[in-house]
Design a protein around this ligand. Sequence first.
Ligand code: UD1
Length: 432
Amino acid sequence: MEQYIINGGCELHGSVPISGAKNAALGILPAVFLCQDTCRIENLPQISDVHNMLDILSSMGAHIRYLNKNAVEINTAHAQNLPTPYEMVRRLRASYYLIGALLGRFGKAEVALPGGCDFGFRPIDQHIKGFEALGATVQITEGGIVQAEAKEGLVGDSVYLDVVSVGATMNIMLAAVLAKGQTVIENAAREPHIVDLANFLNTMGADITGAGTDVIKIRGVERLRGCTYSIIPDQIEAGTYLALATATGGEVTVTGVIPKHLESITAKLSEMGAEVIEEDDSVTVRRSKNERLHRINVKTQPYPGFPTDMQPQFGVLLSLADGTSILTEGIYDNRFKYVNELRRMGAVATVDGRIAVFEGVEHLSPAPVRAPDLRAGAALIMAGLVAEGITVIDEVRYVERGYEDIVKKLRAIGADIRLVSHPDGEMLERAN
Ligand code: UD1
């Protein structure tokens, strides 16, 4: 079992280079199926979600060559349209992008229903609505396999999304780029990774306009060509380090970022009392540990609203604020599992459905905790770094899904954190 051992209580100082965006990479990698030349993808984060996606591509016959730690060349000219096994997709929500990409390339896809973090019911009905609008028939077998086929080929059409969905927007884009005619996605999601996928596809020769607005137009093209493309920096990784430095106090700069993508997060950090300094491609937060954070309310929304993937990290900040704060989850039904773990560390919070109320306390205390999912794991690391003494976090494999070199990056700014493989986790738990 792998655990993080954290000796918390120190301010953090220094800079953190931000890796490529996980959620952009997970759309861009399957997109290489749409082109039969070689694509070179740079700024690819080294995280387990990316490794899992590359394993799936490889199992289907894609030829993958690492050029360096963060750059790969992929060629899918000889790829076969094999069903993707449940074992490979079960931990990877983004495996659903294979449906759009394979439908676009082969006119047929067979992919097990995706896994990913458990935030309650996460349907893919809007993805299916889009594929069907383009002429595919889609069925889900009793064993949870999505079978999609467009016998006559895909033909562009208008799709209105009933909910603003990142996954459905990107998946329909993937299916539509090689379809005949024009596809229009209305009520599309506007996240930076949607623009990044559109930019990647356009670099390959696709004709997509409007990405980043709520109406995206995709005019189908005959074929795509190989290209070199660098993935955008990860908005959520950057936001996590900024929130972390706000919690511990100190001065931390995230480098290689696009400050505009961070605005909803930095606005809230300023409201809580952190000093935020934006440069062209870096953002710094500065805060004295001796000053209490101000209470605020936060509601998660689709971009450009406050991101749900920063909600648990703000749960930690609100636990330490100088009054009562309300945190409303606007995207998922069940994303407050980490609150129980925070309570073990002294946070005073109640959850009622999609609303959590935090009564700020002056200190958190160390406790053995478990990471219930990826971002909640990052939040518990934050809590461990704030609490004076030794905190042990279990189930860290979730965190490895989305944060490249997290231990190394944290140690470089002065955090006392170690990753240990321990045969007897129980023993460490009792020691705390
Ligand atoms: C993506 C991100 C995830 C992030 C989320 C919201 C990836 C791999 N994951 O997840 O990190 O938390 O965006 O920013 O990029 N919905 C439906 N029907 C659908 C699709 C979605 O009802 O067909 C609902 C979902 O249950 C959820 C909401 O729409 O309540 C938003 O989901 P969506 O934007 O699709 O999230 P994901 O793409 O799964």
